[in-house]
Write a protein that binds this ligand. Structure first.
Ligand code: C6P
Length: 430
């Protein structure tokens, strides 16, 4: 059974759009949960309540089985062999690229570069595009909400080249306003690199409008889509993204694989990021010439099995429908905010207009790590820490937060378990 067959109770009608059901039916969360074997685990004697999806999502059986099947029947290295298995593996790897292209509605599959994760995707842009096209005095605009992966590569470039970083502040609610973005733009702005969804406050940024503003001053845009792609339809052409970066493991796929999307003309103008096998047209000891994108940026043996798994995961969630997943998660978020608001001594951080995925909170007298540890004893997995967003933590005046984050398989019963466990924390630290 392939992933489309097994996950198709809802959107199987011919003519269904990629992201929307022609005839939306009930969101069958209990049914989808069965597709994720790990969700039937018990933790400390409790059924697992997995609310750490912003860190990494669990894997549907269809993705696990696709990888096993590939390794048992089709596995070999790609591009280099004339033998049957190498041809099959190459075909599957390229088919996965096409699946990703369709998923984010890129125009061409050679705009899809396989990397290790979202972090590597951003580093690739900094090291290749940044080094070639930026010079001292140029400016890169970020926001206060960024993950370290979308801060540190630009700081490294600042230290190397002398570009300046400008930071868009947020409102007291944790929103990014377009006027505040505009205030940071100037003819010196060469890149606006912002997250699509904050991994800490869950803020959804107005990225299409940000792209318009950035392009208005002649700058390129890079969107960090790590927290967006699994929970809302993403159309890189509608967003007019120049670059879009994300990880496979937050998209119900395996670790070790991520994606950099780049507009074709931009990629064509960029030099390689790493040298090695697979990315060259010819090599002599005097000179090397490089292949066209995306291969120019894919030195060495890539994560072949993982590409197959990622494609299966994308097939799975596409069949469920990204719009339906988004609506389900929006409902869960509203329910969670409503329930947690009533817990004494608990403070939810931020109140953005549109919050997706992640909900951060603190509790009086209890350190977030204590909260996380006690919740774990109840079988509830959340994350506690700075979430690789230390500048945001500093701005919020906290060293860390507790963070619950949702996935397509979470239910209101999971939120009830969270609230009940959080009340136990309150009781212990009262
Ligand atoms: N956030 C979390 O929030 P990697 O590690 O490369 O797969 O993803 C990095 C990354 C980049 N941008 C955003 C917005 C992210 O949320 C993340 C990963 C995880 O728990 C780990 S800190």
């Amino acid at each position: 059974m392939n992933s489309a067959e097994s996950a198709s109770p809802v959107c199987a009608a011919p003519g269904d759009e990629l992201f929307a059901c022609a005839a939306p039916r009930m969101y069958a969360v209990d049914q989808y949960r069965k597709d994720f074997p790990i969700l039937s685990e018990s933790i400390h004697g409790h059924p697992l309540v997995y609310l750490d999806n912003a860190a990494s999502t669990q894997k549907p059986r269809m993705a696990i089985e696709a990888m096993t099947r590939f390794m048992e029947h089709d596995y070999a290295n790609i591009h280099r062999g004339v033998h049957e298995l190498s041809v099959r593996a190459t075909d599957k790897h390229e088919a996965a690229r096409e699946t990703v292209r369709r998923f984010i509605n890129a125009e061409r599959s050679d705009e899809i570069i396989f990397v290790r994760n979202g972090t590597e995707a951003i580093n690739l842009v900094a090291a290749s595009w940044g080094r070639k096209f930026l010079k001292q005095g140029d400016e890169i605009v970020l926001t206060i909400l960024e993950h370290h992966s979308n801060i540190v590569p630009w700081q490294m470039l600042r230290d190397e080249i002398g570009v300046a970083l400008r930071v868009v502040p947020m409102t007291a609610d944790g929103d990014i306003r377009l006027e505040d973005v505009k205030a940071q733009l100037s003819p010196r702005t060469k890149l606006v690199a912002v997250t699509h969804v904050s991994n800490t406050l869950g803020t959804v940024l107005p990225v299409a409008e940000i792209a318009q503003l950035a392009h208005g001053v002649g700058a390129k845009v890079l969107f960090d889509g790590c927290q967006a792609v699994a929970r809302m339809p993403v159309d890189v052409r509608a967003l007019d993204a120049d670059f879009y970066a994300f990880s496979g493991h937050k998209l119900y796929g395996p670790t070790g694989i991520g994606i950099l999307y780049g507009k074709h003309d931009l990629l064509e103008s960029m030099p390689p990021y790493q040298g090695g096998g697979g990315m060259i047209a010819s090599v002599t000891f005097d000179e090397t010439t490089y292949r066209e994108p995306p291969y120019r940026f894919e030195a060495g043996t890539p994560a072949i099995t993982e590409a197959v798994g990622l494609a299966a995961a994308i097939d799975y969630i596409t069949t469920l429908g990204l719009n339906r997943i988004a609506r389900h998660e929006d409902e869960l978020m509203s329910y969670a905010v409503e329930q947690l608001r009533h817990v004494n001594s608990l403070k939810i951080l931020g109140n953005p207009k549109h919050r997706a995925g992640a909900l951060s909170f603190t509790m009086q007298n209890a350190h977030p790590h204590d909260i996380g540890t006690i919740l774990d004893r109840h079988g509830v997995a959340i994350r506690a820490g700075h979430h690789c967003a230390q500048p945001l933590m500093e701005h919020l005046g906290v060293p860390a937060t507790a963070r619950a984050s949702f996935g397509l398989y979470n239910s209101k019963a999971d939120i009830d378990a969270l609230v009940s466990a959080v009340k136990d924390v309150r009781r212990i630290f009262a």
